[in-house]
Design a binder for this molecule. Structure first.
Ligand SMILES: [Zn+2]
Length: 303
């Protein structure tokens, strides 16, 4: 009897250990939202986020001891990829070599290149460089690709729940692709002169592409630093030369400078959101950000 009890207890604890096994750590808010959507209803999966949502893009981030602890405890780590997480270079192999690393950009179609001067020139020379734009999450079609990429890699790691991951991903990606079609419908109505735009930051490249807009100029490669006075003057001069129709700026970012630029250049500025404001982890909220931005763009082009 004692032996049976002991066996049962061992079995139970083994089950419990197995059950508590999937600890998925996501680097950024979009990764957490997408992984949350993909793992919805899958038992014994715990999704957490490594960086504070307020950080936005962690282009210039440095790891803290607390981050290291989170990394050490995860068994799956989901990253944006394409160079967004330079702060992780070589770290996972040292801190948690057993963790499965999911690069959410893997296999995603439609990756754009950002041309021009860049803060993070991997070759160490200044001037014209081509870098892959890492903000796949900020365009509806590429976001759908990211969601499916996460699901495919999770399915490989956890085959027992593979069909669930894939079905969840398909459902969410279908919604994102429906939104992408709505953007394409707007794009078809915008005249060529209206397509020439400038952006505050490379984060809007994918949204611009979805809307058929051509990004001619960037105020900054990233939002980490404030542009210098000469940078601002150059941007204003170029906006006029390029006859830009619009500047896209990011909400939750000081708009003092973009307002000044808009005033000086005569080019209107449209401020769009990148992340949901309330209930940030709700996958539906992220869809609403795309829908609200589409509304704002439609209203702008109706004028
Ligand atoms: Zn960024």
């Amino acid at each position: 009897m004692k032996k049976i009890l002991l066996t049962a207890l061992l079995l139970l604890s083994a089950l419990f250990l197995f059950a508590a096994e999937m600890r998925i750590l996501c680097t950024t808010l979009p990764m957490t939202i997408f992984t949350g959507a993909v793992t919805r209803g899958v038992p014994n999966v715990q999704v957490s986020q490594m960086l504070a949502s307020a950080i936005g893009c962690p282009h210039d981030y440095a790891l803290t001891p607390q981050d290291m602890r989170k990394l050490a405890q995860a068994n799956v780590i989901v990253v944006n990829g394409l160079g967004m997480e330079r702060f992780l270079d070589g770290v996972i192999a040292r801190v948690n070599p057993k963790a499965v690393l999911i690069d959410s950009s893997r296999g995603v179609k439609g990756v754009l290149e950002t041309c021009g001067e860049h803060d993070h020139d991997p070759h160490g020379h200044a001037g014209h460089v081509h870098l892959k734009n890492e903000h796949l999450f900020a365009g509806p079609a590429t976001a759908a690709g990211v969601v499916e990429s996460i699901a495919g890699q999770l399915a490989a790691k956890d085959p027992a729940n593979a069909s669930r991951y894939r079905a969840n991903a398909r459902e969410y990606a279908d919604k994102l692709r429906a939104i992408a079609r709505d953007y394409a419908a707007l794009a078809a109505t915008i005249p060529p002169s209206g397509r020439r735009i400038a952006v505050q930051h490379g984060i809007f490249d994918y949204l611009a592409a979805a809307t058929g807009l051509q990004v001619l100029n960037y105020l900054q490669a990233h939002t980490g630093t404030e542009p210098s006075a000469p940078q601002i003057r150059k941007f204003i001069r170029e906006l006029k030369e390029q006859k830009a129709a619009l500047i896209l700026a990011e909400k939750n970012y000081p708009d003092r400078i973009t307002r000044l630029i808009s005033k000086e250049s005569g080019v209107p500025v449209l401020t769009l959101a990148v992340y949901p404001e309330n209930d940030a982890l709700n996958p539906e909220g992220y869809l609403n950000v795309f829908k609200n931005n589409l509304k704002a763009l439609k209203a702008f082009y109706k004028k």
